[in-house]
Structure formats: C-alpha cells, structure tokens
Design a protein around this ligand. Sequence first.
Ligand code: ZN
Length: 234
Amino acid sequence: MSSDPFYSFLALVTQDLHAVATRKKIANLSQKQEALKAQSNKLQQELANAQAQAHTAKKNLDAQELEIKILKDRQRFLKTKLDAASSPKEYFSLETELKNITSDIDAQESKLFELFEDFEMLEKKRGEIDFQVVTAREQITQEIAAIDQQIRQHHELLQEYTQSYDDLLPLVNPDMLEKFITMKQSVENPVVSAENGACSACGNTINVQDLVSMRKHKLVSCQSCFRLLYSVTP
Ligand SMILES: [Zn+2]
C-alpha cells in the first residue's frame, strides 16, 4: 500500500468501486432469490387450489351417491308396499310414485356420472400439479441455497473492501476525500481517469490547463459530467 496521499486516494476509490459493484451483485442475487420464493409460493397456491377443487368435487360426488341411496331405499320400500297394497287406489298411487322415483333415479345417476367425471378430471389435475410442485420445490430449494452461498461470499468481499477503505482513510489527501464524498452523493463513480486527453466516463475533451494540473496529481472536474478526473501518467 502506497503512503502517497494521491495514490492512497486512488486506492480508496478503487475499494469503493468494488464495494459498489459488490452491493449491486448482492441486491441482484437477493432479487433472484425473492423471485424464486415467489415462484415457489405461486406453485404452492396452485396446488392448494387444485386440492380444494378436487375436494369439493369429491364432496359433491358423495352427496349425490347418498341422495341416490335414499331414493333407492324409498324405491325398495314402495315395492314392498305395492306387493301388499290393499286397494286398487292405493296400488295405483304407489305405482305412480314408484314410476316417478325410478325416473328420478335415472336422472340422478346420469348426474352422478357427470360428477364422477368432474372429480376424476380434477383429481388428475391435482396429481399433475402435485408432481410439478414436488419437482420444482427441490430445484428451487437448491437454487436458493446456492444463491445464499454466493450472497455470503459477496458479503465477505464487501467486508474486505470496506475494511481496506477504512484503512486507507487516514492516508488520503483530505481535500480529495471531501470532494469525492460530496460527488458520490450524485454519482456512483465520481472519480474517473483521463484517457487520451478526455474524460473516460463521458468522453469530454480536457483542456490543456487541466491536463497540466493532472500531471501534478491534482484532481480536476470534468467540464461536462463534473466527475473528478485524474491521471497517473507523468
Ligand atoms: Zn466527464
């Protein structure tokens, strides 16, 4: 590490740039993780919906079966009564009711068939989504764990950059530091190098007087983007 205040300043700027880039990476990784969690929740929700639909279909099916059972019980009862009818009038009345019940059972049985098909379709869908969720959950869990690992590594790097920055603070030119901190409120990279007589951030040409100042390791402001320019060429 150089003890020259100018080079220490440049080293500090570099550490700061690394820190900025690392924070961005951490933010991106966290965002990716959030997206994966949202995807997992969405799948979980889809499964819950499919389960609820299949459950309702099963309940409807059971209710329909029960209704048919009640009708058939009544049908049996009427048949017994019909055999023991004591008058033609009673016989006729029982026979009419029996006819009605029989046709009712037919209608209810075709409804039962439809409900059964509904249930089977929804149950199949539930099974498919269940499979998808199990497969995806495993993959998503692995991806989230891998990202966790990357985030931890970046946090460690960030700590190193921040530490280096803090270590450099007492060594840098205080005026440069103050300008840097002020400019940093406006831009992420307030200090950039001059390349071939121009600002490396915006390309603006640097005037001769400023080029001379830079040779003496002074910072000059870019006339266009106002970043602080430096040069290390003698
Ligand atoms: Zn510029």
